[in-house]
Design a binder for this molecule. Structure first.
Ligand SMILES: Cc1ncc(COP(=O)(O)O)c(C=O)c1O
Length: 464
């Protein structure tokens, strides 16, 4: 027997397992004891893939699956798996083939979120943008038309404005909250109406029921293949604060990177839809890629979703108190938070943004502007920069819905893909500030905002 440290030469048959005791990965060869005579090197690779220790029904925490590909019992079973994939036929036991198609950990997350969003199915993706691009692109083709709200997350606008025209898909940006404008924008070739509510970053609320009524009216006169689907990005609210499908929306998308993930450790996205759309979204994911890895699906499944209600309770409490504090501050020009009674969209928000028990849930984000000299955003810039340098509990960073309070300037950061005209049209002011409230002690967030505003006031005095 020849051996070296690497095990690269010769065979090692000195550690033969006793007959019948060797592990099995399910292959027949293993069951029949064929492993005898194989080198230790090969047995390291092939041994014990099925274990009597497995019984996940008794796990308190679900497992994180880690198998990019799956053993197929026969060629026929492999073929059957491929046939079954992407159909709506009920199957007794799905045949797992390859992680890009479907895998167990993200499937558990998809099921939980589908239930939360009152959707038949969920299809997870590697990022929110992968989910958004899949949600829209699957439903339109060259020559067709998308209606989008005039203000959306910057990369969604960029997708619609910069990429769709290249493949002959036309996009109209309108105020989807205005039923007359919506009706007027609909063309025979329109297939999708896309929006967010609350709108990122302006916190404007779109009346989903009113919008759905317009689409129902139009769809009633169309054949099914010309149906206009509505898609709503529910990232800001999370299903805890709002479930768009309860207000007539067809498809819901989320960035799981935000409030649902909650801790800012992983990226992810999901599409939640009726059963009829599942095959297309799954085939899209299979062919374009962008599947959520089980390692990224596990944290939102195990940490994010279970803690969402308790996290949101504190984040929302903080947002309400901060919104009230800012509203009363002499340097603040405007505060948009749906929980403020004098917010222009407060009544719609009260009806639309509720938790599973019907309680009002205005969420954890707010948008505000400071009083400025005409044409200037000096004060906002000073406040952001002071905060980045000096604040203990407020971090200058994009993203939202995390345990830490995050501040940013959408005009120059998350929404910089919108040209100045689109920003103006969408209500994204150069000096607008977006604040995502975290879990800190309320008074600590207010204390750091107060200090930042005092700094802005001191600059003003110096100038005089
Ligand atoms: C409302 C909204 N939708 C979608 C996205 C995109 O999500 P992701 O960064 O996970 O691709 C973001 C990201 O900031 C967002 O704010």
């Amino acid at each position: 027997m020849s051996k070296d440290d690497t095990g690269m030469s010769g065979s090692d048959d000195s550690h033969m397992p006793p007959a019948g005791s060797a592990g099995s990965n399910g292959n027949k060869g293993h069951d029949m004891g064929y492993e005898q005579g194989y080198a230790q090197r090969s047995r390291f690779i092939h041994g014990e893939m099925v274990s009597p220790h497995w019984d996940y029904s008794h796990h308190v925490v679900p497992p994180m699956s880690a198998s990019a590909t799956y053993r197929l019992d026969s060629g026929q079973r492999g073929a059957q798996g491929f046939c079954q994939f992407g159909t709506t036929e009920a199957v007794e036991q799905e045949i797992l083939i390859y992680d890009r198609l479907q895998e167990p950990t993200s499937s558990m997350l998809e099921d939980r979120l589908a239930e939360a969003e009152r959707a038949a199915v969920g299809i997870s993706f590697a990022t929110g943008m992968a989910a958004i691009s899949a949600a829209i692109t699957s439903l339109v083709t060259t020559g067709q038309h998308v209606i989008a709200h005039k203000c959306l997350y910057g990369c969604t606008t960029s997708l619609l404005k910069n990429w769709y025209p290249r493949i002959g898909i036309n996009v109209s940006f309108i105020d989807t909250d205005n039923p007359d404008e919506l009706r007027a924008a609909i063309r025979p070739e329109t297939r999708v109406v896309y929006l967010e509510t609350p709108v990122n970053p302006t916190l404007e609320i779109i009346d989903l029921r009113r919008m759905s009524d317009v689409l129902d009216e139009v769809n009633a006169k169309r054949p099914p293949e010309e149906r206009i689907y509505s898609i709503c990005d529910n990232t800001f609210a999370t299903p805890l604060c709002q479930r768009p499908r309860e207000h007539g929306v067809d498809v819901v998308v989320h960035s799981l990177t935000k409030g649902i993930g909650g801790f800012g450790t992983d990226m992810g996205g999901i599409v939640l839809c009726p059963l009829e759309l599942e095959p297309m979204y799954k085939l899209y994911r299979k062919d374009f890629g962008g599947s959520l890895s089980p390692k990224a699906a596990w944290p939102p499944l195990v940490y994010g979703l279970p803690t969402l209600p308790v996290r949101m309770r504190q984040m929302q409490y903080n947002a309400q108190k901060v919104a009230e504090y800012l509203s009363d501050h002499p340097l603040v020009a405007k505060v948009r938070y749906p929980g403020l009674a004098d917010n222009p969209d407060h009544a719609v928000a009260r009806r639309q943004m509720t938790n599973f028990d019907g309680a009002f849930m205005p969420g954890s984000l707010l948008y505000f502007t400071l009083k400025e000299e005409p044409g200037s955003n000096d004060n906002a810039e000073a406040m952001i920069n002071w905060t980045a340098d000096n604040s203990y509990v407020i971090t200058l960073a994009v993203s939202l819905g995390q345990v830490k309070t995050l501040i940013e300037n959408p005009s120059s950061m998350t929404h910089s893909a919108l040209d100045p005209e689109m920003q103006a049209e969408g209500g994204v002011e150069p000096g607008g500030i977006r604040l995502s409230c975290g879990l800190e002690e309320t008074n600590d967030i207010i204390r750091d905002l107060e200090a930042a505003l005092m700094y802005v006031a001191s600059r003003k005095r110096e100038k005089v």
